[in-house]
Write a protein that binds this ligand. Structure first.
Ligand SMILES: [Zn+2]
Ligand SMILES: [Zn+2]
Length: 474
């Protein structure tokens, strides 16, 4: 404000008036002595919208940040900011239409490219919202496993209370099936030749894909996680502690079986060989896998071998060779795993935290943003020091308790998609929002679940609250 205090012509004290609108500040300076006048704006104005306000809303939204938290930061710094309603208006009018347009454009290019390929391998999985709210979303993600990119996201709204009906589709398995159905319909419509699909093992999904004659493999990560969890539980039972020593090798064996086999029987042969191996027996009758491939070596820990007839061995045998497990092992995915789908799900958490309730379009846009972020960042190279030494970081996998592992430390993520979308918002959507808004309005939005309940009179609710606390000592 010091700059406006004195007249630049006659150096006398000026009249200064300010006006602000969110982050925008305008200053009028008038000299009462020499009639000097100037009007200064802290940021350009587009129509009646200060560009910086829209820019900030877009930056917050596109980077997956929370407006509420940004508002806290501004307050702590005593910076001027616009209201939440303004943020929502920016989102609804310009940002969300731009996100939807951008995703559809990128998706078109991906599907066009894939329709030229002969054997497309996809992986699908559902992500459910956390329980506790009445309106629930489940998103179904379809990935191209060859390129590790998100191809499609279907957002399904429904209940997660078992046995209860949702307004859009039924319970969670129905929601998963519905997401898968919509996604497959899109791929088919765009002329994509599926070689196979990798998913988890839900019986309803198995049935659905069998009926459509689609080759179906089971995701190794889900299977390894499930088996490890059960094995960990058994190892806590009486006389079964020894199984703890086998947690890690059992986990690895599942991956190895899946990666090195080409037929169902071969998978089963390799899978069951681990029961002999754990008894220090490294040959078996099965011609598909007659002996262990590892070198004969003396183990330091002779105590680890299991003995037939012990509770530990009996329970492990039951877990690893029951009918359902063997049936699933035969269909373990040979080429790819949906671990990439899981990695994508963790990206979604950054854009749509589970403790925030978003409206349908808001949720959809955040999923699209997560997909755009994932698709440009998934295959980042490993970071190196200035001397060229590759960097690693250690982590503790949930599936194998107490284990510490290393993985490559990747280079910094890119936010290229944000810059592209910023250009789209300012150069196109803001200039003529109608076609973009119409495209967004064409998306079918399921009726809000909460709208189905009758809302009691607010006065009544307050009265009952007051009376509950005025009951006096009991
Ligand atoms: Zn003057
Ligand atoms: Zn062996």
């Amino acid at each position: 404000m010091e700059l406006f205090a004195a007249c630049p012509v006659c150096t006398q004290v000026c009249d200064v008036r300010t006006q602000n609108l969110g982050t925008f500040l305008s200053v009028e300076q008038r000299c009462p002595h020499c009639e000097f006048y100037r009007h200064w704006n802290s940021q350009p104005i587009l129509g009646s919208t200060p560009a910086g306000n829209l820019h900030l809303s877009a930056a917050v939204y596109l980077s997956g940040a929370s407006f509420v938290k940004v508002a806290w930061v501004f307050k702590a710094m005593e910076l001027q900011l616009f209201q939440y309603n303004t943020f929502r208006r920016h989102a609804r009018s310009f940002i969300e239409p731009a996100v939807i347009h951008q995703w559809k454009t990128l998706q078109d290019v991906m599907l066009q490219r894939l329709s030229q390929e002969s054997k497309v391998i996809v992986g699908g999985d559902m992500r459910a919202d956390s329980p506790g709210h009445s309106a629930k979303f489940a998103s179904y993600t379809m990935m191209d496993l060859n390129s590790n990119t998100v191809l499609d996201i279907e957002l399904v709204q429904g209940f997660f209370v078992p046995g209860q009906q949702s307004n859009e589709v039924g319970g969670s398995y129905h929601m998963e099936k519905e997401g898968l159905r919509r996604s497959l319909a899109l791929l088919e419509e765009r002329g994509i030749n599926l070689d196979c699909i990798v998913t988890d093992r839900h019986p309803q999904i198995q049935k659905f894909l069998r009926e459509r004659n689609i080759t179906h493999y089971y995701d190794v990560w889900h299977m390894a996680k499930g088996i490890s969890k059960k094995m960990d539980k058994i190892s806590k039972e009486k006389e079964c502690q020894k199984l703890q020593k086998w947690m890690r090798s059992n986990y690895n064996h599942i991956y190895w079986t899946a990666a090195t086999s080409s037929t169902g029987p071969e998978r089963v042969a390799k899978w069951t060989s681990i029961l002999n191996h754990k008894q220090d027996v490294h040959t078996q009758d099965d011609p598909l896998y007659p002996k262990c491939l590892h070198e004969v070596h003396q183990t330091r820990d002779k105590n680890k071998w299991l003995r037939a007839g012990t509770p530990a061995f009996y329970k492990l045998e039951k877990l690893l060779t029951n009918k359902r497990t063997l049936k699933d092992v035969a269909k373990l995915s040979p080429h790819h795993q949906t671990s990439s789908v899981e990695a994508f799900h963790s990206v979604i958490l950054r854009f749509a935290p589970k403790n925030v309730v978003f409206p349908f379009i808001g949720m959809l846009c955040r999923l699209y943003l997560a997909a755009m972020y994932y698709n440009v960042n998934a295959d980042r190279p490993q970071a190196k020091t200035r001397e060229g030494v590759p960097l690693y970081k250690v982590y503790f996998p949930k599936a194998i308790k107490g284990q510490c592992r290393a993985k490559p430390h990747k280079t910094e993520p890119t936010f290229r998609y944000v810059a592209d979308m910023m250009d789209l918002i300012f150069a196109k959507v803001f200039v003529d929002p109608t076609p973009y808004k119409n495209a967004m309005l064409a998306i079918p939005v399921p009726e809000d679940l909460t709208a189905q309940y009758e809302h009691p009179d607010k006065e009544e609710v307050i009265a009952s609250y007051v009376s509950r606390f005025n009951r006096g000592p009991v």
